[in-house]
Design a protein around this ligand. Structure first.
Ligand code: FE2
Ligand code: FE2
Length: 279
């Protein structure tokens, strides 16, 4: 494997268009609500990941992993903050993802109170597998974000780059401090079900609230996006299932080439790097 990348927190200075369309993904209500609901889940979700990993920080003896944990925390904190800004705009434009944020806050508060630290970390590594998988897919198909509001596209691509960079950090903490295979797999099954269910639930709720019934072209475009040749779900099934192998490790799927020299591939994103505030 090519040497794995070192995660590095970057604070970005995006400028989202305040006049962005309500259905900012090419006017497609299904695609927009799907991506917006995910964005709504990120801020508190990523704070939960930080909380779950922090619990083990003192137990990790490996100085390299200690360094990676600090970078992981910085990256996830910046992601949460950036998505919070865009979520407010999405809400103002008419898709109330603030409701997603509020519900995620409640659910995760409950999870923190009821689940042992091991369960919280197992949820974290399951959802980190999801984000790494979607990030891998997105960076293989950046063209699906062409012609979107520029900063929206850049937000998702920046997030994807950093999700790949730190995809094994929480996993390595789990393996070093816990390591139980059955717990890992059990929480992946429940997290998969809840993650997909919640996205569809919020999408239905938002569309029903506006009595907006997606047209045939919206269903077709979304169907192709998810299940078409090279689609976001159809082409990632194998990647998803690899998590269930007892000897799985995120870097067995070597995709360092996708983030190598990203500054050259995505110069507009590199320009967004907030030089003054870079962590
Ligand atoms: Fe993130
Ligand atoms: Fe992450």
């Amino acid at each position: 494997m090519t040497a794995k990348p070192t995660p590095k927190p970057r604070r970005m200075a995006f400028e989202f268009d305040p006049k962005m369309d309500k259905y900012w993904y090419h006017g497609n209500s299904l695609m927009t609500t799907m991506l917006s609901v995910m964005s709504g889940m990120f801020p508190e979700g990523e704070r939960f990941f930080i909380h779950a990993v922090r619990h083990y920080q003192d137990q990790v003896k490996d100085p390299e992993l200690q360094k990676e944990i600090r970078a992981f925390i910085g990256q996830e904190a910046h992601h949460g903050n950036a998505h919070e800004v865009v979520n407010q705009l999405i809400t103002e434009r008419g898709v109330p993802v603030d409701q997603v944020e509020a519900e995620v806050i409640d659910k995760l508060k409950m999870a923190k109170g009821r689940l042992p630290a091991r369960g919280q970390l197992a949820i974290t590594i399951a959802l980190e597998h999801f984000t790494a998988m979607l990030a891998n897919w997105l960076l293989n198909h950046p063209e699906i974000m062409d012609d979107l509001p520029a900063d929206m596209k850049e937000l998702f691509i920046w997030h994807a780059i950093e999700e790949i960079e730190h995809k094994a950090v929480a996993f390595d903490v789990y393996q070093q401090c816990e390591g139980n295979y059955f717990v890992r797999v059990f929480f992946m099954m429940t997290a998969t079900f809840k993650f997909l269910r919640d996205i569809v639930w919020f999408q239905s709720k938002f569309l029903w609230r506006d009595r907006h019934f997606p047209k045939l072209w919206e269903w077709r475009q979304t169907g192709r996006f998810l299940f078409g040749k090279g689609g976001a779900l159809s082409s990632t099934l194998g990647h998803y299932l690899s998590y269930y192998k007892p000897g799985f490790h995120p870097w067995q799927h070597d995709n360092t080439h996708l983030i190598k020299d990203w500054e050259q591939r995505f110069p507009r994103i590199a320009e967004r790097l907030d030089q003054h505030l870079a962590a």
